[in-house]
Design a protein around this ligand. Structure first.
Ligand SMILES: Nc1ncnc2c1ncn2[C@@H]1O[C@H](COP(=O)(O)OP(=O)(O)OP(=O)(O)O)[C@@H](O)[C@H]1O
Length: 243
């Protein structure tokens, strides 16, 4: 019987980071294992986005380590991190609204050669049929959910190994949010992508995450399996509004 081997892909150790003149994360430890979905939850302003941005080279790292497959990526610029096949999907402004769907995907695949582009595009359209249907339409005509799908497709076309999602279901209806989250699961299951997900709907996030981190006031408060957080007598109530 084959045994699933799980390695740590992203490893953050004693991280202190933030923005110019504002120290946000204090001694945060974090780990995302290969081919798993690791969820980051916590109250508003607790530093969830800052952790993603720190990994992607968008914050100032004061001290601590950020490693990818055992190699330090702390202090690299976002484009250097992206070159290592780590993709970051911010909450907003993640597509070019005045370009068509196909043009957006072509822009996103600029690092691929023409042959790779011609094979990747049909694969992407197979996974996101809605994008094929509207390929000639401008992105600003898409609904919120469809736009999120386009942003995911733009990241996926470059064949990332790790994807960082910042609240991909923000302002979507429950039905669309479920569709977006099921695509994210498919990315793990079909492509073996390591996922780090910040999600505002805690119950939904915990249901799909393999592992969960709870941040509060810029510090790690809990790490463990989702079920453990859900059944914790105090933490859920204290920080996440779970009764
Ligand atoms: N560019 C920035 N410059 C200075 N401070 C910032 C910047 N971006 C965020 N912050 C501050 O960092 C703190 C943590 O914000 P962050 O967005 O990481 O939290 P979050 O847990 O993702 O919150 P939310 O759930 O509301 O999105 C907040 O106090 C916020 O005001």
């Amino acid at each position: 019987m084959s045994q699933k081997q799980i390695h740590s892909t992203i490893h953050v150790n004693a991280l202190n980071s933030g923005y110019v003149n504002s120290h946000i994360l204090f001694g945060v430890d974090f780990e995302a294992k290969e081919k798993e979905i690791t969820v980051i939850v916590g109250p508003n302003g607790s530093g969830k986005s800052t952790l993603l941005k720190s990994i992607f080279g968008l914050c100032n790292v004061y001290s601590g380590e950020i490693n990818y497959q055992g190699i330090s990526i702390a202090g690299l610029s976002p484009h250097e991190v992206a070159r290592k096949k780590i993709a970051y999907l911010p909450q907003v402004n993640n597509v070019f609204k005045n370009l068509t769907i196909k043009e957006n995907l072509t822009m996103a695949s600029y690092t691929l050669d023409a042959k790779q582009q011609s094979t990747r595009l049909p694969e992407i359209f197979e996974m996101f049929p809605i994008l094929k249907k509207y390929e000639k339409s401008k992105a600003d005509t898409l609904s919120g959910g469809e736009r999120q799908m386009l942003a995911m497709a733009m990241a996926l076309i470059r064949q990332p190994k790790v994807m960082l999602f910042d609240e991909p279901t923000a302002s979507l209806s429950p039905k669309l949010a479920d569709e977006v989250l099921s695509k994210i699961k498919q990315m793990r299951d079909d492509f073996g992508i390591t996922i780090i997900l910040v999600e505002q709907n805690v119950k939904r996030a915990l249901k799909m995450g393999d592992y969960v981190y709870l941040l509060a006031n810029g510090k790690g408060v809990f790490k463990g399996k989702s079920e453990e957080l859900l059944s914790h007598p105090e933490l859920g109530k204290l920080y996440l509004g779970i009764n």
